[in-house]
Design a protein around this ligand. Structure first.
Ligand code: NAP
Length: 274
């Protein structure tokens, strides 16, 4: 459980969901972790729960000046930055459902989603590279993309576009750091259907919740949602010395959704063949 002993990590969007789970697993593995978010009350509570190996800092990933302030503080306090997880992300549906298709999505919606999901990752990579360089740190940057960055999503055009761009920018960062002779790796994780508060606006409450949950995972070969700790396990691997040759890689984490179609034979077809 000490795969990250002596490392300093920063996780964005760490107040809840996947970010909180990653922070938890990093601490469990011996790292010192800065949990950052815009949601300060649960963020501070999550850091307090993790004890002396964790600290909460406010960081809106859209704001360049906030990235500069946070990175300066990390460098001053810890003298290193080994891991950045660019996890903060929005779907655009947080305020309720509206048309996010390519024909009717508003330019304001499009920009808002890209500002958090893409500008935030660009700024995170930029200031992580600078901080890792100036502190001579061994670094691992982990960008949380999505299955939606690999396939088209007619009802969530901006989300899909932003996550696809994250996937590509990850490779650019990996190549740039290698070209510069910096010991910094950069990889992306592509989760799908991980049960976090992000899903609450669509799942809702009441007796139909279970039905909606089953409906959402009917195309998943494993027919269940993934758990945040299952994403965190992959982040620990990418942050650790077990992944020192993994660079510019995309890791899908989707219960097999992208492996192909669900092709369970129906009972009558199976008996015809026997
Ligand atoms: P979540 O439960 O909604 O948590 C996201 C956290 O990020 C929230 O605490 C949110 O704060 C924070 N945040 C939003 N905007 C921010 C900003 N500008 N700066 C800093 N923090 C901000 O989401 P999640 O499901 O854990 O998802 C985490 C990442 O995984 C996202 O990038 C998401 O796109 C990706 N992902 C998730 C799934 C899934 O099925 N859950 C699948 C594929 C990819 P507020 O609560 O105040 O908004």
């Amino acid at each position: 459980m000490n795969r990250l002993e002596g490392r300093t990590a920063l996780v964005t969007g760490a107040s809840r969901g996947i970010g909180a789970a990653i922070a938890h697993s990093f601490v469990e593995n011996g790292a010192f972790v800065y949990l950052t978010d815009i949601d300060d009350v649960p963020g501070r509570a999550a850091a307090n729960e993790l004890g002396s190996q964790a600290r909460y800092l406010h960081l809106d990933v859209r704001e360049e000046s906030e990235w500069q302030a946070v990175m300066t503080r990390v460098a001053e306090e810890q003298g290193v930055l080994n891991v950045l997880v660019n996890n903060a992300g929005i779907t655009g549906f947080e305020g309720g459902h509206s048309d996010h298709g390519p024909e009717h999505a508003s330019l304001a919606q499009w920009h808002a989603v890209h500002r958090t999901n893409l500008d935030g990752v660009f700024l995170g990579c930029k200031y992580a590279i600078q901080t890792m360089r100036s502190t001579a740190s061994q670094g691992s940057i982990i960008n949380i993309s999505s299955r939606s960055g690999l396939v088209g999503i007619p009802g969530a055009a901006a989300y899909a576009s932003s996550k696809a761009a994250v996937r590509n920018h990850t490779k650019t960062v990996a190549l740039y750091c290698a070209e510069q002779g910096l010991p910094i790796r950069c990889n992306s994780i592509h989760p799908a259907a991980i049960l976090t508060p992000m899903w609450e606006p669509v799942l809702g409450e009441g007796p139909d919740r279970e039905i909606r949950m089953r409906e959402f995972v009917k195309d998943c070969p494993m027919r269940r949602f993934g758990r945040p700790d299952e994403v965190a396990a992959l982040a620990v691997l990418l942050a650790s010395d077990e992944a020192t040759y993994m660079n510019g890689t995309e890791l899908n984490l989707d219960g097999g959704i992208l492996a192909g179609a669900v092709a369970a034979p129906v009972a009558s077809q199976a008996s015809d063949r026997n």
